[in-house]
Design a protein around this ligand. Structure first.
Ligand code: UTP
Length: 460
């Protein structure tokens, strides 16, 4: 018999909650597997799970009344351009003094993409074939050089991809970044439930759990000690982005400047929705005065289509998961009297491996969303950005939001940069990629550059 403190209490607790089926393979397990299963079982928070199951069983959830949130539009007149220039100066000063860190959330399962491994290893460079992680790392390195600053890179993984991520980045020497500046930590996990509210076995000795959503990143920053380490080294602002957007401007002085000038707790980038039922959440101001994001599935059709007097969509500002977080604000919401972000429920197919062949069952997964931190702010800012400049999500293997669409968007942006600089492009050019180490924006491209006469060009 294995020796395990509290073994009987843990087993009894499972029976008390009607979850004894998790021991169905007990007799076939080795001692280590039994210990692993008991560890899993001991970590279950039944109060939380029963609340979430009730939430999952209720067919609707109420959303408070809201109106469109205010935002800073893309500048048009001279005065606005001057405001943007002033913001840029303030942002550069903060980056130079080492007050800004980059934070990528890379703990997702990437199930739609169906790539075997952490999504950050997925190769998206249209010509170079560079991985998402390499592109992000080079942007951070390039910003460090451009502004003469040290910029730490925080990477949130999940239990499923942590080891692979750490190994990959080490094997590539963190793509030139100082290893001491790269902080990799896993996010929390939460059990899923079947439609009857029962725990699911992922294997005979493991309870099925999923990462607790990108909203889990704020707690994980704190619990891993990373937030304290950032405070220690003088970081004031954390620049948050998703791993699957190769166009992200990770260190954007204008955005940082507006955030600082406005004394914001969180600032977010938004973009004009392309069409009324585009599947992105919209920024709103709730009736209680707080700002937040309403998911596309919660925005009634009538509001999706509503237009103002000028014919523009009323709820037009879509959220693309690009945020700046004030370190003080994060400390407040994750500290002593921490406020927990709510869990959302998704009904999904869950794969179990308890029989000889994997099987799929219907179940509920629970996830936190990072934008639920917005209503906790005293002050926040939404800055409009241009889709073509900053948003090329890689979600699917083909079609919409795929590597093909990302290649096209990247090529289009780099063409645009060259156009802005008046640099000629060969007529037969089909694909072009500019290394972040050469340029982070059009103005970084050296005048002396010449474009080879080829269909496929890589500038570095
Ligand atoms: P998505 O919502 O696109 O989810 O994540 P996903 O898991 O990557 O992909 P699908 O839905 O299974 O196809 C948006 C961003 O949030 C991160 C992802 O890594 C991605 O950068 N994320 C998501 C986490 O870090 N943790 C999570 O639990 C969920």
């Amino acid at each position: 018999m294995i020796s395990y403190p509290d073994r009987n209490d843990i087993i009894q607790r499972m029976y008390d909650h009607g979850q004894e089926h998790i021991f169905i393979f007990w007799e076939q397990l080795s001692d280590n597997e039994k210990k692993a299963l008991l560890d899993d079982a001991a970590s279950i928070d039944f109060d939380l799970l029963s609340r979430l199951y009730r939430q999952a069983s209720e067919s609707t959830h109420a959303v408070m009344g809201f109106e469109p949130a205010p935002y800073i539009p893309v500048p048009s007149g001279n005065e606005e351009i001057r405001r943007f220039d002033a913001a840029r100066e303030d942002g550069i000063a903060l980056v130079r003094k080492g007050a800004v860190a980059a934070f990528v959330v890379a703990g997702g399962q990437g199930s739609r993409l169906g790539f075997d491994g952490p999504k950050g290893l997925f190769r998206v460079g249209p010509v170079s074939g560079k991985s998402l992680f390499q592109i992000h790392a080079e942007k951070i390195l390039s910003s460090s050089k451009k502004y003469g600053a040290s910029i730490p890179w925080l990477i949130m993984t999940s239990q499923a991809n942590h080891e692979d991520t750490v190994r990959y980045l080490a094997a590539h020497r963190h793509f030139g970044l100082d290893e001491k500046d790269v902080h990799i930590f896993p996010q929390g996990m939460i059990p899923s439930l079947d439609t009857g509210g029962r725990l699911i076995l992922e294997s005979p000795s493991a309870i099925f759990k999923n990462p607790d959503g990108h909203g889990g990143s704020l707690g994980a920053l704190s619990e891993s000690g990373t937030l304290a380490a950032m405070r220690e080294r003088g970081i004031e602002i954390i620049s948050y982005f998703q791993v699957d957007n190769p166009l992200i401007s990770i260190i954007d002085p204008v955005f940082i400047g507006f955030h600082a000038q406005g004394g914001a707790d969180i600032s977010s980038k938004g973009l004009m929705k392309a069409y009324p039922d585009e599947k992105i959440g919209v920024f709103v101001r709730f009736d209680n005065g707080t700002v937040g994001v309403v998911e596309y599935s919660d925005l009634p059709e009538q509001l999706q289509n509503m237009r103002d007097a000028s014919g523009a969509l009323r709820f037009c500002m879509g959220s693309i998961a690009i945020h700046l977080f004030g370190v003080g604000f994060l400390e407040k919401i994750t500290g002593g009297s921490a406020v927990s972000l709510p869990f959302h429920v998704a009904r999904k197919k869950i794969t179990t491996r308890t029989a000889t062949a994997p099987a799929e069952i219907e179940g509920f997964k629970f996830e936190k969303f990072v934008f639920d931190a917005l209503p906790l702010t005293d002050k926040n800012i939404v800055l409009e950005t241009i889709r073509e400049v900053e948003f090329a999500p890689v979600k699917n293997p083909s079609g919409v939001d795929s590597v093909e669409s990302a290649h096209e968007l990247m090529t289009r942006l780099y063409r645009r940069w060259l156009g802005e600089r008046g640099i000629g492009i060969p007529s037969r050019l089909k694909k072009i990629e500019i290394s972040p180490l050469l340029a982070l924006e059009a103005s970084d491209i050296p005048d002396s550059i010449s474009i080879p006469d080829s269909e496929s060009v890589y500038l570095e």
